[in-house]
Design a protein around this ligand. Sequence first.
Ligand code: XMP
Length: 512
Amino acid sequence: MSESRFLILDFGSQLTQLIARRLREIGVFSEIHPFDYSLEKIQAFRPKGIILSGGPSSVYEKESPQRNVSELLRVAPLLGICYGMQLIAKELGGEVTPSSTREYGANVVRWDESFGSLPQLQKVWMSHGDVVKNPPPGFVINARSESGHAAAMKSNRVWAVQFHPEVAHTEQGSEILKSFVLDLCQAETDWNPPHIVKELIEKAQTQVPPSEHVLCALSGGVDSSVVAALLTKALGKDRVHCVFVNNGLLRKNEYDSVLENYKQLDLNIRGVDAQADFLKALKGLTDPEAKRKAIGKTFIDVFEKVTSEDLKKHNICWLAQGTLYPDVIESFSSKGGPSQTIKSHHNVGGLPEKMKLKLIEPVRELFKDEVRKIGKELGLSDQLLGRHPFPGPGLSIRIIGEVNETSLKLVREADAIFINHLRDHGLYDKIWQAFCVLLPVRTVGVQGDGRTYEQVLALRAITSQDGMTADWFPFEFEFLRDVSNQITNQVRGISRVVYDVTSKPPATIEWE
Ligand code: XMP
């Protein structure tokens, strides 16, 4: 693992993940743990620096998350952000009080002395009610906000800021994090794609003994493809058995084009046509969760069946999965104790237990953008790496109501038109995800001289950083008009097209 490791203790802020991302962008490895992560584990992690995140509580509230700051300080230099700054102040003998002027949103802070390349007047983003009235002994206040409150303080081994350097609204916020990492903690930046690939390969080689083989279920998406390429490089083609199941819920021509794309990676891969099994399992189902469950179960059955020969022939002990870091972060929820973010979309859920396989998750410490970067390092094509995320249950959750061959054909054709338009207009890479949703609603239309009574199709296109929150994409009206015209002209069965203008939250990205 990287020598320059940073630990982020989470006190319940919505922004904690952003701190981890910013540190990794700077080029150092970082992990998030709940605020009460044990001292022994922290010492064993050997962090170069520790960051105390923000949080919604007040340090003097009875139930607020507390932490012995002196013991942390004996392990590594500290950076406190917002609540983190107040906790440091309180714990080390300073004074924190409620403020009459709450500071929310944009603010400008004035630094007492120059701070690297930061402007002396820096635009920042704040969200706090309490303020540090008196810093602890040995500290100086080195920046103040517009209303004169302490905006930053420092001592020999501790820096603290009342604003949020991790958010984009704080100008040059990353400079502060970078300076903490490089200057105060004297860390080396060694977290880069070649280094990550080397580490992950070594880790997989240690984890899987030479006599053991791995099964890898491919979805055609970025994560599982990177996992397959990585493990193949680490363990050799003979020991990594990849299976790509055509569940009949893929987009137009997707099965063939994905298999074609995989050719360049020289994987030991087998395509399996199981369209009929999935359609049969989905027959008569309309409830979204019932559909997901039926697909999950069918996937397990098909996978078990098609790999039974492999299991007899080879010593397969592992199942590879493309779990990402946001799915495993255990963070502190201010609304009721520590909570675990659980992956709700477990595409191979149940498989490892059923097949009695151990789970290997080589990219579980990485964010999506890092997976893309190491994919590039491993030689995956831009086409594969830039592919929009596609859910495991595929088009089935984009057909509201029952899934059958007719509805699949409609949504598949419409989707191809929409996506081609995006590509033709150079919009595909600007959008996180775009797709069509077929609604179980018929409306009256007129085509030629005749009255029609056909289905409604919704277009959805969103921008997002990580799929957790999302905004709808502001297309030009002409673009929407062209897509709508082409779909209603070319796809018999759809007579009306609407555009979904709902962000996440309150909606989710998919409709089911
Ligand atoms: P939602 O709809 O929850 O989606 O806002 C967030 C992201 O997850 C994808 N998604 C899934 N992916 N299996 C998956 O592999 C699923 O069951 C599933 N449901 C949603 C969705 O496409 C978006 O990228």
